[in-house]
Ligand binder design. Structure first.
Ligand SMILES: [Zn+2]
Length: 83
């Protein structure tokens, strides 16, 4: 009996670990690296010193102001909430 080998399915999900945060106060943007499994709630703009916090419904400043969302959200997990 010959059974065809079933290759393991490797999904090519690449998690982006750098997010470009754009400051809503002064419009400056800068690339910031994100922690893998933690959320950053506060971000101080290096340009105008504004302290950014997540918008309602967002888990971290990257989800609110970044070009990409935080790694846990990219992976499809609910981070910081019902984990
Ligand atoms: Zn700023």
């Amino acid at each position: 009996m010959n059974e065809p080998a079933t290759p393991a399915v490797a999904d090519g999900h690449a998690i982006e670990r750098v997010s470009r945060i754009t400051c809503p106060e002064c419009g400056q943007s800068s690339d910031e690296s994100m922690p893998d499994d933690a959320c950053q709630w506060f971000y101080e703009c290096a340009h105008c010193r504004a302290l950014l916090r997540p918008l309602p419904g967002d888990c971290c400043v990257f989800c609110s102001y970044g070009s990409v969302k935080c790694p846990p959200v990219q992976a499809g997990d609910a981070c910081c909430g019902a984990g």
